[in-house]
Unconditional design. Sequence first.
Length: 116
Amino acid sequence: MPVARIVASYSENDKDTITLLCGVDEENQIRQGEWFGVVKNDDGRGDESNYPFTLHVDYQKNSFYLDYGFDDAESRQMQKTDIHAKPLAEKGFFTIFDEEEGEEFSYRINSIHLYD
């Protein structure tokens, strides 16, 4: 199974990025499983923040989300995504949905590196 390293930039700030390691099939679709990544937010003032996450991909349950873990004892931080909806392609887009805040974040895929 090939593994892909995907680097994508937030559509409103190229310095805000997501790096994701995931398995892909022969059509460049993300395989079912749990995959690791990090969101990097850069406000341009040298105050960069990194947020590791696990991407959960479950086609049988129609469940696709980023899990950032717990930010306190009561609140697990999760965001849905549509990254699974089409084959991965450079210059392609995907969206992360923050239902708690009522926001959507579009990311443009800058690069895909495949490893066997």
